[in-house]
Write a protein that binds this ligand. Structure first.
Ligand code: UT7
Length: 333
């Protein structure tokens, strides 16, 4: 029997470039308080959000994915034709088919590339990044465009104060390419998993009778308790899998679900040796919770603010509906 010929593997993968985009419209807590029974103080204290960006009807999820993806390709110093695979992490596509990735790739100018969506909700970007790194390492893809894109505003009940104040729209992207030697590997192994016993804690059940086709529901306290107890151990596992210790982490970028969850994860990591001067993403303050877009948005914004620099060690950890979670350590490009 002749053995199959396989693609030649490489040492590992690294991030080559980043990009992001948000809608222009800023919606403040006071804006929401004019419609629903809420107030600025409650939202700031309980969730940490001051304002968020909401897309108009004319701006689609694929529009945002295209903009963020094109920026990441340019930032990587590449042409669209240099990318052979596009993965869009999303849980808010208006249509079940076609997927977002093939349309997005086509619009960026990536012709005939592999293209698929990943739905792991707020863990989606880390799932897609882990998949992309392994595709590159195995030799299945040379350069992968990974995009987290969400238009959550399409799936909110704007009269439900427990969800309308939290979620928002946007897209962020990274280009993943080969690291030819061990020294230049820039994406660590992914620590991932799921808690399907809590599957109904966050859901969008399609309802053809409603105008929007369904709305997001979440058992806030159940998810809060789960996230504040179960996510730091995932982050610690990702650090260990990369052969590092918590003290090696320069920047922590957890999914921006709630500033209190972000702070709880940082506190647990510091108890395990993470440094006091570890910078912690707080992008939720002006971006809201953008699900799979929140981690790449935070990375791109922190770079623009000079809060993360090339070569630094960054810990990513996403978590949310599924319930699904994933984390990995990356070297900032
Ligand atoms: O991204 C996907 C993953 N998702 C998450 O990680 C979300 C995790 N959960 C959370 O972040 C929080 O549970 C929420 C932000 C969703 C809610 O915060 P909470 O501190 O758990 O509030 P709660 O639901 O326990 O409500 C506390 C009180 C209630 O009033 P009573 O019963 O104490 O009188 C609510 O009715 O706050 C009230 N409340 C509000 N008040 C003003 C709930 N929503 C609002 C609101 N404005 N928007």
């Amino acid at each position: 029997m002749t053995a199959f010929r396989l693609a030649a593997p490489v040492a590992g993968a690294r991030i080559l470039g980043l990009g992001s985009t948000q809608p222009d419209e800023v919606v403040t807590n006071d804006d929401l308080a004019r419609r629903i029974d809420t107030n600025d103080q409650w939202i700031r204290e309980r969730v940490g959000i001051v304002s968020r960006r909401i897309a108009p009807e004319s701006l689609s999820l694929v529009d945002m994915a295209t903009d963020a993806g094109a920026r990441a390709v340019k930032d990587a110093g590449l042409e669209p034709g240099d990318v052979d695979t596009t993965i869009v992490a999303t849980c808010t596509m208006p249509d079940t088919i076609p997927n977002a990735a093939a349309q997005t790739a086509e619009r960026i100018g990536i012709r005939a590339g592999a293209a698929f969506d990943v739905n792991a909700a707020c863990a989606g970007f880390c799932y897609a990044l882990g998949t992309a790194a392994d595709l590159v390492r195995a030799g299945s893809s040379r350069r992968v465009l990974v995009i987290g894109a969400e238009k959550l505003s399409d799936w909110l009940d704007w009269d439900d104060r427990s969800t309308a104040i939290i979620f928002a729209d946007g897209a962020g992207a990274a280009v993943v390419g080969a690291a030819d030697d061990a020294e230049s590997v820039g994406i660590g192994p992914v620590a991932w998993g799921s808690a399907g016993d809590l599957a109904q804690a966050i859901n969008i059940h399609h309802d053809r009778r409603s105008r929007a086709g369904g709305a997001l529901h979440q058992e806030g306290q159940t998810v809060f308790r789960w996230a504040t107890t179960q996510i730091a151990p995932v982050a610690l596992r990702a650090i260990e899998m990369a052969g590092l210790t918590p003290a090696d982490i320069d920047v922590l970028v957890p999914h921006q679900a709630n500033l209190r969850i972000v702070e709880a994860v940082a506190k647990r990591l510091r108890k395990h040796g993470a440094r006091e001067d570890m910078r912690v993403a707080d992008d939720i303050v002006h971006s809201g919770n953008t699900s799979s877009a929140s981690i790449p948005l935070a990375l791109d914004h922190m770079r623009a603010e000079g809060r993360v620099r090339s070569g630094e060690t960054v810990l990513l950890v996403g978590f949310g509906a599924g319930l699904s979670y994933a984390g990995q350590v990356v070297r900032f490009p």
